[in-house]
Ligand binder design. Structure first.
Ligand code: NDP
Ligand code: ZN
Length: 355
């Protein structure tokens, strides 16, 4: 085996470059050479916040695209030189949990969020992917690698927020958080037929991008006072049909319940990186009888999902370039891109490193 240069997340607050051997390619696996990599807010939670789980000696990163360099003897649908999206979540598809529709938790809660949690992540020159036939997804030449890297986690997670909230034609939806995940939730909800958009964020560039993805003019700045009050003012006290959460903290579910109509749904993909408890307000939750549902999930992953989303990009129904505000060239720029994601300057939406 060859040794390669990788970016290593050692433990919280400690990251450094190392040389490390990559894993052997098993019969169902693939080895992939990175072509575009993107730091994620979840990497920031992992390294600098109170993330769950122990991590030792692990390569960081879970968003990227690459070129297949080797496949196992039982892999049928991929071969060396294929350009592939690597989904952030890589389930075991041959499990009872997968049969029950929860492949992402095959073998235990969150276990298929493998990269930089249970196995080396994608911030390596070469990385290993399990169950290649079901987890990798091809993307066409018409999508540039930097844009395709957004299909690894940004788009599938964000669209999942809208799916979890069950956005329907004509809905009034509040989006809490319009970072790169929230922006794609806006785009997804727009494609699903939402009518009235109440969008919570503060950075002007994100607000501008949200409007580009279909948000209407009702922008709520959470730094200018209680967002529930602002939603009530904008809806004449009528509440909203759906809430999509891709930002905030442990208090956000409380706020979402307060602004939601009875019988309706909250979709949450926000990663609660700190705090001990999520609060559900008793009275606004109808003393337990409101039929207000909180749907909160890890992104599902899977080849079918990724390839369908890539098709939306290919036909021009979804544009990904407005998400990428910072482009870097060369593997060595990963550290700079990661710190940019941590510091989140006003003009940042998403950085990508093209290898
Ligand atoms: P960003 O940090 O870029 O965006 C967060 C958004 O939330 C910004 O618009 C920010 O506003 C807003 N925000 C911050 N604090 C508050 C608050 N108190 N109230 C309301 N809004 C607030 O994150 P990303 O878009 O990259 O990611 C969003 C979340 O999704 C992260 O927690 C990430 O870890 C998680 N995630 C979850 C996945 C899953 O499968 N469930 C997968 C991938 C990511 P502004 O910056 O404008 O001030
Ligand atoms: Zn991510």
């Amino acid at each position: 085996m060859i040794v390669t240069k990788i970016f290593k997340g050692l433990t919280m607050l400690k990251i450094r470059w190392i040389e490390k051997k990559w894993s052997m390619c098993g019969p169902l696996d693939a080895l992939v050479k990175s072509r575009a990599l993107a730091p994620c807010t979840s990497d920031i939670h992992t390294v600098w916040e109170g993330t769950i789980g122990e991590r030792h000696n692990l390569v960081l990163g879970h968003e990227g695209v690459g070129e297949v360099v080797e496949v196992g003897s039982m892999v049928k649908n991929f071969k060396p030189r294929d350009q592939v999206i690597i989904p952030a979540i890589t389930p075991d598809w041959n499990t009872v949990e997968a049969q029950g529709g929860l492949a992402m938790h095959s073998g235990g809660m969150l276990t298929c969020w493998r990269f930089s949690f249970f196995k080396d992540g994608v911030f390596g020159e070469i990385f290993h992917v399990t169950d290649a036939d079901d987890n990798l997804a091809k993307f066409p030449d018409s999508i540039a690698p930097a844009e395709a890297a957004m299909l690894s986690d940004r788009v599938p997670t964000s669209f999942h927020t809208a799916e979890l909230a069950d956005v329907k034609l004509g809905d009034t939806v509040c989006w809490i958080g319009i970072g790169p995940v929230g922006l794609m939730a806006v785009a997804g909800s727009n494609l699903m037929g939402a009518l009235h958009f109440l969008t919570v964020g503060s950075r002007p560039d994100s607000v501008h991008a949200a409007k580009g993805y279909g948000a209407t003019d009702d922008i709520i700045n959470y730094k200018n006072g209680d967002i529930v009050e602002q939603v009530m003012n904008l809806t004449d006290g009528k509440c909203v049909d759906k809430v999509c959460i891709a930002g905030g903290d442990v208090k956000t579910i409380d706020q979402a319940i307060r602004m939601l109509k009875p019988g309706e749904k909250i979709g949450n993909v926000n990663y609660l990186g700190s705090g001990d408890y999520v609060i559900v307000p008793r009275v606004e939750w109808g003393c337990g009888m409101s039929h207000k549902f909180i749907h909160s999930r890890l992104m599902p992953g899977g080849r079918l999902r990724m390839e369908k989303l890539a098709n939306l990009v290919e036909v021009g129904k979804l544009k990904l370039s407005p998400l990428i505000t910072h482009r870097f060239n060369g593997f060595d720029k990963l550290k700079e891109a990661l710190f940019l994601m941590k510091e989140k300057p006003a003009a940042l939406i998403k950085p990508v490193v093209i290898i």
